[in-house]
Structure formats: structure tokens, C-alpha cells
Design a protein around this ligand. Sequence first.
Ligand code: ARG
Length: 579
Amino acid sequence: MLHRFIARRLRDAIAPILPDADLSSVEVRPCRDPRHGDYQSSAVIGLAKARRLNPRQLAADLVRSLDVSEWCEPVEIAGDGFLNFRIRTEALDAVLQRAVQGEHLFFERASQPRTIVVDYSSPNVAKPMHVGHIRSTILGDCLVRTLRLLGHRVIADNHIGDWGTQFGKLLLGWKRDLDRDALERDAVGEMERLYRAINAQCDANPDTLAAAREELVRLQNGDPENLALWQDMNARSQHQFDSIYARLGIRFDTTLGESFYNPRLKAVVEELEQAGVARESEGAKVVFFEDDAELQKHPAIVQKSDGAANYATTDLATLAYRIETWNPDEIVYVTDARQQLHFRQIFAILRRWRPQARVKLAHVWFGSILGPDGKPFKTRSGDTVKLADLLDEAEERALRLVTSKNPALPETERREIARVVGLGALKYADLLPNRQSDYVFDWDKMLALTGHTAPYLQYAYTRIRSIFRKQAEDASDEAGWPGRARACFVLGQEEEVRLAKHLLTFGIVLEAVAGDYRPNYLCNYLYELAGRFTAFYECCPVLKADEPHRSSRLALCDLTAKALRQGLAVLGIETCERM
Ligand code: ARG
């Protein structure tokens, strides 16, 4: 898009003047304040400072040789040496024109695609997926979709928690107390009940605890009966997870649980020891971080004194496997804030263990979902909220909403709209806040038709679609639509220009989402898009306008609808034609 063309010219202008400059940092961003221009670059200021030059002088020298007149009005120098660019109407028209012809939708695919593994959702076997997993699932899915849209190779990996000490208790519970009917009805619920019951007994009775340990050891030693039961537990849990993923429209490329890495753990510990990264300490194998001020206080155990590996060992084996298998440029982990230390340790260990590895590692962490009382979100009886129940309730509430607005619609249609609106509302509410802050779960707020919500954006989309329905019904409409060939843009009104210029920044926002792992940027962008569309629609008649305004405005409506739909799709949110 235009900002890229401008940035390229800017680099070309800088190169002969400052031959040693690192041009990769030269960027052009949208202007915060439209009074200054549409785009801005602060690159000159940094370059001048580093060389003790006068930034305004450098800016003036640059501008003399910088030719962006195809796209911009004369470049202005402001403040300490900011360059301000204002887009010329002809250039804006040309970009829109190409978009109408389907050549782009205001974003570009990466010229150098990267391979990126995204590790997200990752629930635990035999436990229901709860609200804690919802953020990882929804955030991770949005990052996957964004990166893919931008042309990267993405491997969506669900790192299921299918191994650990809890299986000793589960196996014992299963053997002593399994309710077959309950298992068939709600497998994960029954496994959860078994676990709780045995856990309580273990607390009260050391013999039970010993029996559970024995079951665990038998499983670890490959006892066929326990192995078969464990596989059964996995399959039943996976079945339940899959039904939730299907409802949420989420697909993984691989699902490799923690157990998959078991055969590799011994070797990992050995390698770490040989490389001098881990050493023996009180019978355990430990990595100390002497030269890291923060991690110094937090050595990482990679093998406990009883010889057992742990979560850290598994993550190291997983990391090695991913590097060997996909040779990724980047691995992204999406989990809650409590795992920050864990990933800091893992990343630091990798740097010492595989100093030549050039993979970028990112822990994308998030805060908690709170109830109205400001405490972690629970059901009325104090249990954790199950994800499946949450999805049901979202759809039910949305159905009531749709029915009250549109009682005449047939029920099947109302239900379909309610599904799209309810799930959309839930996802949007999760993606909208800064991911690192906690947010209060509030049904009424997320389902509101006005304000910062999915239903508001979905509604804005249907409003645009209804313009095209009206247009199609109008038999006297000879101009017709798609009037692609004819739609040349005449952006006379300020509101039209403002809408068009906002469309132009779609790609910048998508790249920022991918770069900072922050879908909330896109939420804000879409909200603003809907707002600018409303302002445009209030002051500019579309179907009643005369040509050439009519076609131009219809085209603008069409592009807005497409950007809205594409933007929502990246958030994992569907749209419908009417609401
Ligand atoms: N199963 C873990 C949990 O529920 C999350 C796993 C995250 N991924 C990882 N590679 N450690 O907390």
C-alpha cells in the first residue's frame, strides 16, 4: 500500500545522504492527528541524533531529493524533524480502484513468508476446558488467522496436557468407582468427579495415596491395562475438546500431547548435563542462571531427585522437536500470566543449549477473566465455569436478543443468527481488552448492539448488505451493481475521504497485530471503521445519489463491508447477511 511506497522512496533518498544508515528502521506510519497529515515518519530524528546532526536541517536536505509527488502533496516538516505526508486524492482513488477490481483488500502478503509455530489452547485430559482455556484458544486462533492471512506458514499445535501425576489418582478412581452411564453421558464430567473423589480420599488416607502412586508407576512402566485405560481417557477427552473446537471454528494442524515427548526426556537431560547447562544439585538435575539478574533466584529443575522429568523437561523436548521438524523462524506460546517464569526459564535454557538456534521465541501471556465481584470468574456454586456451558449460554442469550428484535424471522434463521452473534460476542469481548489486563465478564455489555461489541460490528455489516439488497430489488436500476468497470471514485465529501483513508490502513493494523500479538488493535480498527462508515452514511446518500456519486459510494460501501467481514473473520468471528 501507499505507506510502503513512500517508505521505499524515503529510504532511497536517505541512502546517498547517509550511506552508513540502517534503513530497515525507516518506517512510515499513519498519523495520529489527521490535521498533520495522513502518514508520518520520525526516522530522520533518530538518524540525525545518532550523528549529532540537526534533525530539521537533515529533514530539509532529504525533502529536496525525496520525490513522492505521485502519491502525496508536498511533504511537510514538523516539530523536531517529523516528515508529514498527505495523500493526494488521485492516489487514493487509484488504490480504491484496484481494490474494487479485486486486486487487494488493503493488505499485502509477506514478501518473505516465515514459518511460525503457535502453541495454544492446550487443555488437560480428564479435566473440562474452562474459562482459563478460552483466552488461550481464542487469542491463539486469532494470531494463527492473522499470520496466515499475511502469507506466513503457520503450524497450529495443541500441546495437550495428557501426562502427569494426576493419572495415578484417575486410574485408581476409574478402577474402584467408575459410573459407566455417567461416563457415556459426560465423559470429562465423570472423570473429573472420579479425580475429585479419590483426591479427597488420598488426603484422608495414606494407603489410598500409596495405591494411586502404584497405579502411576504401572502406567509409566507401560502396564497394558493402565495404558489402555489412559488411552481411553485421552480419546474421550479429545472427543469433548473437538466438539468445542468445532463450535468455535478452530482447527489445529497437529495435536501432540505432552506424552508424545516422553521417550525424549532422558536424552534432553543428558544433553543438558553434557553441555554443562544442567548440573546435579541435591540429587536433582538443575539449571542455574548465574548471569541473569532476574532468573538467578529461580533455578529450573529438569529432573527431580526421584529421577522423574517435569513440565520444564517436556517443554524443552518439545522445543527441540519443533526445531528439528519444522525449522521455524518463530514459536509463539499462548498461556496465562502465571507461566511467565516458566517460559523465561525455557527460553534462557534453549539459548545456552542450542546457541546457534535462530528461532524467535515469544510468550504471549494474558490476564484472568473476572466475575462481577472482581474475583476470578466462577459459577454461582463456586465451581470453575465450563467452556461448553459458556458457549450454550452465549447462544441462548443471543437468541433472546434476536427474537426480541426480529420475532417474525423463522426459528431456524433466528437460531443461526444467534449462534453467530452469541459466539462472536464472546470472542470479541475476549480479544478487545489489552490481553495482559484482567477483564470482567459481562453478558449485557458484550451483547449490546451499540458500543465496542461484535454485535455492533456484525450489525454494521448487515446494514451495508441491506443497501445492496435494496439496490438489487430496484428494477429501474440500470446502472446496476457490481458496477466495477464504471466505479471511478469521486470522493467529494470529507466523510467519504475519511472512510477511504481508514480502509487504506487495514494492512498496517494486521501487521501490528501479528508483530505485537495484539488482536485488540484490530478490534479498535474495526470499531473505528464502523464509526466512519456511519458518519459517511449519515451525510452521503448512496442509492438516491446521482451518478457518478452513486457508483462511487456503492463501491465504497462494498469495500467497507469486505474489510469488516475480513477483519471479523481474522478475529474468528462470522457475519450474517441480516440480523
Ligand atoms: N496444559 C497447560 C495448562 O493447561 C498449558 C500448556 C501450554 N503449552 C506449553 N508448551 N507448555 O496450563
